[in-house]
Design a binder for this molecule. Structure first.
Ligand code: UD1
Length: 419
């Protein structure tokens, strides 16, 4: 596996563009099979997860052309309704294809999803939602077979506002008979992006961004259209934290500031100056960072995907911070690596107690998952000396050209390929 070699202690300065959103691209690529037509997607990040999703679509029968940031998906022919187990295991969000396949072909076969190991991550809410709209589910030896005569609109109340379950039910219900109402739906911006995409395709979806989403089933979808994916709010947050970690001054372009207000609010509380313009944020982190407590929550609360990255900067902030992870269990595995760099972190259940130290020191550390890996990169940028971050394949799942972007801002980071 490849490694990042990072020489820490350089202030990040300058300006960069944020890529398209991973978590918006994945359900949108999956949804591109709904219209039996040709869909052009813009601003899709070229990362491992989008590559896997494209691989799966090809297996199903789609023809796909890729050029920088643009993907053309021809879904006129879908011959296969089964998601290959090997690809499914590589990426949990491939489960989102189940809703799309059911909508398109009345059948979807898949295995229990894989992805980052950050807790149990069950799919019971997805399957319960499917049952409510007339889909039969058979589970046998780790394989899940879903099929239906017709998908029939119904009212579904989610036990928890799961992002994936909300998206999967939205996709399954696009062509349903009648109206589907999802209550206690996830409110993440990526759900709004999916709604915009589906409506551009001719679907009738309202309410995304609020906790009740209504999908009025339609008979026909547009065969040929284009859509530009929203910017990646977690990448934006990561770069802001990298700037904060190095006491730098950075501007990030091509973002929706409102999407990251929970992040910028915390950075301001930590002593950073934030200036917001239309699609741009400036951070000036020249002052010593201050401790801050954080609790992860569904959107618009503080995002779980930023928990590890904030823990890195809290590790070098003055005072003691308490972080509470409310979304995923087992999302603190990276902390043992930060401790190797000199961080003082104690984990008690879903709480991390972080006592700020003056500085971290370069070490050999290993990524345990995508965002845990990113937190090590941020820590390494601030550390004294050289850090080797191994298993960067996890990081490459979700960040496009992270090394190049950080280099543009003045970091010393290079990739060393594995043996
Ligand atoms: C999505 C994001 C991920 C983010 C997460 C929470 C994508 C590709 N990934 O993941 O980056 O961290 O939202 O914002 O968009 N749950 C169940 N049963 C289910 C489904 C979920 O119990 O059927 C639980 C999960 O175990 C977890 C919580 O609900 O504890 C949130 O999961 P969910 O919102 O579904 O996250 P994902 O869609 O997997």
């Amino acid at each position: 596996m490849a490694k990042y070699i990072i020489e820490g202690g350089r202030k990040l300065e300058g300006e960069i563009e944020i890529s398209g959103s991973k978590n918006a691209s994945l359900p949108i690529i999956a949804a591109s099979i709904l219209n039996s037509g040709v869909t052009k997607l813009y601003n899709v990040p070229n990362i491992r997860d989008t590559q896997i999703m494209i691989e799966i679509l090809k297996v199903l029968g789609c023809k796909i052309k890729k050029s920088s940031g643009k993907i053309v998906i021809d879904s006129r022919k879908i011959q296969i309704h089964e998601i290959p187990e090997e690809l499914m295991r590589k990426m949990r969000s491939s489960v989102i294809l189940a809703g799309a396949l059911l909508s398109r072909c009345n059948e979807a076969i898949f295995s229990c999803p894989g992805g980052c190991d950050i807790g149990a991550r069950p799919i019971d809410l997805h399957l319960e939602g499917f049952k409510q709209i007339g889909i039969y589910i058979e589970e046998n030896a780790g394989k899940i077979k879903c099929n239906c005569q017709n998908i029939i609109g119904n009212e579904i109340t989610l036990d928890f506002p799961s992002v994936g379950a909300t998206e999967n039910i939205m996709l399954a219900a696009v062509n349903a008979e009648g109206k589907t109402i999802i209550k206690n739906a996830a409110r993440e911006p990526e759900i709004i992006d999916l709604q915009c995409f589906l409506n551009k395709m001719g679907a009738k979806v309202t309410g995304a961004g609020e906790s009740v989403i209504t999908i009025q089933g339609v008979k026909q979808l547009k065969k040929d259209f284009g859509y530009k994916v929203m910017p990646d709010r977690i990448e934006a947050g990561t770069i802001l934290c990298a700037a904060a970690a190095t006491n730098g001054k950075v501007a990030i372009n091509n973002i929706v500031p409102e999407h990251i207000s929970a992040i910028t609010y915390k950075l301001e509380k930590m002593g950073c100056k934030i200036k917001i313009e239309k699609n741009k944020i400036y951070i000036d982190a020249s002052k010593k960072l201050k401790a801050q407590d954080i609790k992860t929550m569904p959107y618009p609360g503080f995002p779980t995907d930023m928990q590890s990255i904030f823990t890195s900067i809290l590790s070098i902030s003055k005072g003691t911070s308490i972080v509470v992870e409310n979304i995923f269990e087992n999302r603190y595995r990276y902390t043992s690596e930060l401790i190797r760099m000199g961080a003082k972190i104690k984990i008690e259940g879903k709480t991390a107690i972080i006592k700020g130290v003056r500085r971290l020191y370069g070490a050999s550390v290993t990524s345990t998952d995508l965002r845990g890996g990113a937190s090590l990169v941020v820590a390494a940028l601030s550390a004294k000396g050289t850090t080797e971050v191994s298993n960067i394949e996890y990081i490459l799942r979700g960040y496009e050209n992270l090394d190049k972007k950080l280099t543009k801002l003045g970091a010393k980071i290079k990739i060393k390929e594995g043996d």
